[in-house]
Every structure is written in structure tokens, then in C-alpha cells.
Design a protein around this ligand. Structure first.
Ligand code: ADP
Ligand code: MG
Length: 214
């Protein structure tokens, strides 16, 4: 069996059936039509290619604050892809989301089957390995305890800022945990990050790996 990888744009399209996804459009050129459709700054530009799954590593994610910056960075990103020989699907223009960064993942474990992972982005996951796990699918009680097990939970509960929408986070975790029931061939899901604030929460980056059925 072969693995099938979905880079960000495709993975987000898949996930949009289940959970909130940031607004974004994949564009191939910077003509007037495309530029005029962008109504709000800042926005985020990203290289989308199966050859660049870690976009920041190749300087492939840019926050732009004006139309001029947009044009300049769009051309720069196309150059990055060209120089490195990436097969470019396009440049993703995304709405900017303000909030706390959450990591939500699924792995298919040999013993436990599909396992859901939750962490808070940044040093909590990278340095402190502050993550919680549950076997899929989870209940709302599981979702709450997964959040409360995290050392960094105070960041979500409103330490020096407003608490994030925990109900939305719980609902999102439950929905994600049910995806493998419909898609047994899911091998890996990596939502990094899901950005959440006191009102909204949205996936702004995702990657998925499936066993190809063919
Ligand atoms: P990578 O492939 O490097 O993981 P990401 O799409 O996750 O690329 O972008 C890198 C970082 O940029 C994210 O971790 C987040 O901090 C920030 N970022 C990406 N997209 C957005 C967005 N739409 N709104 C706000 N911040 C974003
Ligand atoms: Mg990411």
C-alpha cells in the first residue's frame, strides 16, 4: 500500500466538513481580480506544495500588511519555489487569525489504534513535551480532562488574558476524534496550529497522511 499525503490546502478542504477552517484561496497569479478579492490586512501568504510540507523551514510563510507587501511577497514566494524546484500548487492567501496556538493530532498506534493528541503551541510542546492523549473517539468528559491535564492549561483558562472559547475547543476535539471512524485509512493528522481566542477558533495549518486504498 502507498501513502497519500495531503498538503495544507487539500487537508483543510477535507477538514472543513468537520471543524472550522480559516478562510483562504489558492491562487496561481496576482492579477487584479485576485488582489481585489483581498479585503482585509494583515493576511498570510503560504507556499503550497507537496515538496514543502514544513513551509516556515523554507521561509514559505509571510504575513503581509498592505497590497504592496502582498505583491512583493507573492513574487518572492514564487521565486523560492522556482529556485528549490518545488512543484507549486499555488500560493495560499489566508485570513490572519489572532489567538492562542493549539496543536491537535491523530496517530495510528499499533496497540491502541487511532490516538488523539492535544498540546499548546510553542515551548509547551517543543521543550516541555506538554501533551495529552486519548484513544479515539472521545467524549466531552475526555475533551475537558485532556485540556485540564496540560501544564499550560492556564494559558487557555485566561492567565493574563481572556479565556479562550473552551466549549469550541472541546467540540473541535470531539469532532476530530471521530474522523477515523469514517476514515479508517487515516495514518496521521497534524493540525498545527488551531488558533483560538475568546470567540472563534480556526485551523490555520494542517497536514494529513492516508494509506491509499488503491
Ligand atoms: P508550517 O508549514 O511552517 O508549519 P504554518 O502554516 O503552520 O506553516 O505557519 C507557520 C506559523 O505562522 C504558524 O505556526 C502560526 O504561528 C503562523 N500562522 C500561519 N497561518 C496563520 C494565520 N492564518 N493566522 C495567524 N497566524 C498564522
Ligand atoms: Mg504549521
Amino acid at each position: 500500500m502507498k501513502k497519500r499525503i495531503m498538503a495544507e490546502f487539500e487537508a483543510e478542504k477535507f477538514l472543513s466538513k468537520y471543524i472550522p477552517i480559516v478562510k483562504g484561496r489558492l491562487i496561481k497569479s496576482l492579477d487584479g481580480v485576485n488582489i481585489n478579492l483581498i479585503k482585509k490586512y494583515p493576511c498570510v501568504l503560504k507556499i503550497i506544495s507537496k515538496d514543502a510540507l514544513h513551509k516556515s523551514d523554507v521561509n514559505g510563510v509571510r504575513i503581509v500588511r498592505s497590497m504592496d507587501e502582498l505583491k512583493k511577497n507573492f513574487i518572492e514566494l514564487q521565486d523560492v519555489a522556482k529556485k528549490r524546484g518545488f512543484r507549486l500548487d499555488g500560493i495560499l492567501v489566508q485570513e490572519f487569525v489572532e489567538g492562542k496556538e493549539i496543536i491537535i493530532g491523530i496517530n495510528n498506534d499499533e496497540t491502541f489504534g487511532h490516538v488523539l493528541m492535544l498540546g499548546i503551541g510553542g515551548i509547551f510542546v517543543e521543550l516541555l513535551k506538554d501533551v495529552s492523549f486519548r484513544v479515539c473517539p472521545i467524549t466531552s468528559h475526555d475533551a475537558r480532562s485532556m485540556i485540564n491535564e496540560l501544564e499550560g492549561r492556564n494559558l487557555l483558562h485566561g492567565f493574563r488574558s481572556k479565556p479562550v472559547n473552551l466549549r469550541l475547543l472541546e467540540r473541535t476535539l470531539i469532532k476530530v476524534s471521530k474522523i477515523p471512524m469514517k476514515h479508517r485509512n487515516l495514518l496521521e493528522l497534524d493540525i498545527n496550529p488551531f488558533i483560538i481566542n475568546e470567540k472563534i477558533g480556526k485551523v490555520v495549518d494542517a497536514r494529513m497522511v492516508f494509506w491509499d486504498k488503491k
